[in-house]
Design a protein around this ligand. Structure first.
Ligand code: ZN
Ligand code: ZN
Length: 318
């Protein structure tokens, strides 16, 4: 499994000579997996990094796109509004997200693509899009199989089938083993908006990736989140602020993380590789790098936790 960081900036896209190493595109991470059928691409969030993602995916022959939304803040949707896939009637496009207030993914796009906020009315171009509104994300599991395509299961049914090694129905009489699938599980994050963290398990290789963005520092980490993250080979986590900014700079309650929280989460879950993301739009490269140094300074000599800054266009083998 490979993860490509197409956008690692938080809150607002930026272009600044002091930020070229990190990049300025807002949140967009692609997941590439041997479990994806030919022509199928998977991406988490549609910040401005979605535009370079889409251009590259189209160059590679993308015919089907699965877009998983953590939530609907502008820095996670804006790239979708101007990139080609949403206008391409021949593109099989799936958009996943939860319901916040009265907005599921379909209502969100209807609203943000409504004139005068957008030049083209969403109703006129949206026939090729399937919306998957996940009301309570921890109760559902999404499977993608290289021949079967995609299916959404109730968590209980998934767990039962997984325990008993029963194949799962992908419709039209076709069944496939879970162990051949990319398994996508979901957990709430603390933003405070209703926000999802996604866990991708590539079953044939056993490799696991989690994106935990727009997650506020938690004083106590819930057992369910520890279980959700445990066994992850690569965790990419929101570390927008230093401890000082968080404690004394008035950033507490903004829905973002710190190096201290990342290290504490790693210790609780046993994760040993964390990439920091959702970089502050005012943070130049030096300040982004200083957050990694701050996290490393918290480690004991015998701890083997690898911390690094995610940068636009970097690729990570999971
Ligand atoms: Zn954000
Ligand atoms: Zn947000």
């Amino acid at each position: 499994m490979e993860v490509i960081a197409w956008g690692t900036r938080g809150s607002l896209p930026v272009a600044n000579p002091g930020m070229v190493q990190t990049g300025g595109n807002t949140t967009c991470f692609e997941v590439r997996s041997i479990c994806l059928p030919p022509g199928v691409h998977v991406v988490i969030d549609g910040g401005t990094g979605f535009l370079p993602f889409a251009n590259e995916a189209l160059r590679l022959g993308m015919t089907e796109l699965h877009l998983f939304h953590t939530h609907y803040h502008h820095d996670h949707t804006q790239g979708v509004l101007i990139a080609p896939p949403i206008f391409m009637q021949q593109m099989a496009m799936h958009i996943y997200g939860t319901k916040d207030r009265s907005y599921g993914p379909k209502q969100v796009y209807e609203r943000i693509m409504e004139p005068p906020f957008h030049p083209v009315s969403f109703g006129a171009i949206s026939q090729h899009i399937s919306f998957h509104q996940i009301e309570i994300p921890p109760t559902r599991v999404i499977l993608i199989h290289p021949e079967g395509g995609q299916v959404i299961l109730e968590k209980e049914r998934f767990v039962h089938s997984d325990e008993h090694k029963r194949p799962v129905s992908f419709g039209q009489g076709r069944t496939f083993p879970i162990d051949e699938c990319l398994v996508v599980q979901m957990h709430w994050t603390e933003h405070p908006e209703r926000t999802i963290t996604y866990r991708f398990e590539e079953r044939p290789t056993g490799r696991v990736f989690v994106l935990l963005t727009d997650e506020e520092v938690r004083a106590g980490i819930p057992v369910s989140l520890i279980e959700f993250i445990s066994g992850t080979h690569l965790l990419i986590q929101d570390v927008q602020y230093s401890q000082e900014e968080y404690e004394k700079g008035g950033k507490a309650g903004f829905g973002h993380g710190t190096p201290e929280y990342a290290v504490r989460l790693a210790r609780a879950t046993g994760v040993n590789r964390i990439g920091f993301t959702h970089h502050d739009p005012l943070s130049a490269d030096g300040r982004v790098g200083a957050l990694v140094t701050e996290g490393q300074a918290l480690l004991q000599p015998d701890e083997t936790l690898a911390l690094f800054s995610c940068r636009d266009y970097d690729r990570y083998e999971v």
